[in-house]
Design a protein around this ligand. Structure first.
Ligand code: MLZ
Length: 265
C-alpha cells in the first residue's frame, strides 16, 4: 500500500513527542527472533500464571511468538516477546523442581495428562536455549508524560501493535489510549509493561504497525487538527477508509447511526 503510516509526519501533524526509550521495559534494539514455527518451549499459562505448560510456536511476528499451549484449543493463542520472562526452554521447570501442568481448559481427561505430556514431547523440536533472550531491566521511574506517543499492543486484538498516546499517569501506571479509536481499546498498565513500545519499534522488528483509526476523539488536540484543512487531508489519507472525511465522523462510526428521520429516544 502506498499510503504508509509515517511517525515523523504524524508527530508533526499532532504536534506531539515520542516517549523516550528509557521509559520502556524494552531492549534498545529489538531482540532477534530465531524461533521457527513448530518449536516447543515452556510458557506460563496466561489464564493461570502459576502453571508452567508446554507451548508450541504457531507463528512468528517481529520480536514476538504466537503461542498455543499443548492440550489447549485454538481459541486462546497468546503472543510473547522472545525476551519475555514468561517463556523458557523445555527442561527449565523440572530443573527448578517444578512440574509441568496441563493448561487451563485441558481438552482431555485430567488423568490422561502424564501420557499426553510424554507424547507431546516425544520427538518434538525443542527451541534451543540460545533463542531465549534476557528480559530487559525495569525502568527506574515512571517517566511517561501525558501526550507522549508510543506503539502499544491492542489487548483486544493482541496480534496488533498500534499508535497510541499516554492519556494519564498515576504512580507506576499509565493510561494507554489508541489514536483514532475513541476509547474503545484503551487500558491502564504498569509503566514497565512488555505491551508498550517506543515509536519506531515495529519498523525495527518488521511488524506491521496499524494506522490510527478513523474516529476522532473530542479533545483539544483534535479540535486543533480540525481547524486546519491541510492537516485533515493529510491525516485522512493515512486512515484505512480514505474517502471518509475525519471531521464528519465526530462521535459516531460511519454507517452505524440511526436512519435519518427517526428521532432519538
Ligand atoms: N477490526 C477491529 C480492529 C480494531 C483495532 C483497533 N486497535 C486499536 C475493529 O474495527 O473493531
Amino acid at each position: 500500500n502506498s499510503e504508509q503510516f509515517n511517525w515523523d509526519d504524524y508527530l508533526k501533524e499532532t504536534e506531539s513527542v515520542a516517549a523516550p526509550l528509557h521509559c520502556f521495559r524494552q531492549s534498545r534494539s529489538p531482540p532477534t527472533n530465531d524461533f521457527k514455527v513448530g518449536m516447543k518451549l515452556e510458557a506460563h499459562d496466561p489464564r493461570n500464571v502459576t502453571s508452567v505448560c508446554i507451548a508450541t510456536v504457531i507463528g512468528i511476528t517481529g520480536a514476538r511468538l504466537r503461542l498455543r499451549l499443548d492440550g489447549s484449543d485454538n481459541k486462546n493463542d497468546f503472543w510473547r516477546l522472545v525476551d519475555s520472562s514468561d517463556i523458557q526452554p523445555i527442561g527449565t521447570c523440572e530443573k527448578k523442581g517444578g512440574m509441568l501442568q496441563p493448561p487451563l481448559g485441558f481438552q482431555m481427561n485430567a488423568s490422561s495428562w502424564p501420557m499426553f505430556l510424554l507424547r507431546t514431547l516425544n520427538g518434538a523440536e525443542m527451541a534451543p536455549a540460545a533463542f531465549f533472550k534476557k528480559e530487559p531491566p525495569k525502568p527506574v521511574t515512571n517517566c511517561f508524560k501525558v501526550g507522549m506517543k508510543l506503539e502499544a499492543i491492542d489487548r483486544k486484538n493482541p496480534y496488533l501493535i498500534c499508535p497510541a498516546t499516554i492519556g494519564d499517569v498515576k504512580g507506576d501506571e499509565v493510561f494507554v489510549t489508541f489514536d483514532g479509536w475513541r476509547g474503545a481499546f484503551d487500558y491502564w498498565c504498569r509503566c514497565d509493561s512488555r505491551d508498550i513500545f517506543p515509536v519506531g519499534w515495529c519498523s525495527l522488528t518488521g511488524d506491521a504497525l496499524q494506522p490510527p483509526g478513523n474516529n476522532v476523539a473530542i479533545t483539544k488536540s483534535s479540535a486543533k487538527i480540525q481547524s486546519s484543512p491541510s492537516k485533515v487531508t493529510r491525516r485522512s489519507m493515512q486512515s484505512p477508509q480514505k474517502s471518509a472525511p475525519v471531521p464528519a465522523q465526530r462521535g459516531r462510526k460511519p454507517g452505524r447511526g440511526k436512519p435519518p428521520g427517526q428521532s432519538a429516544v
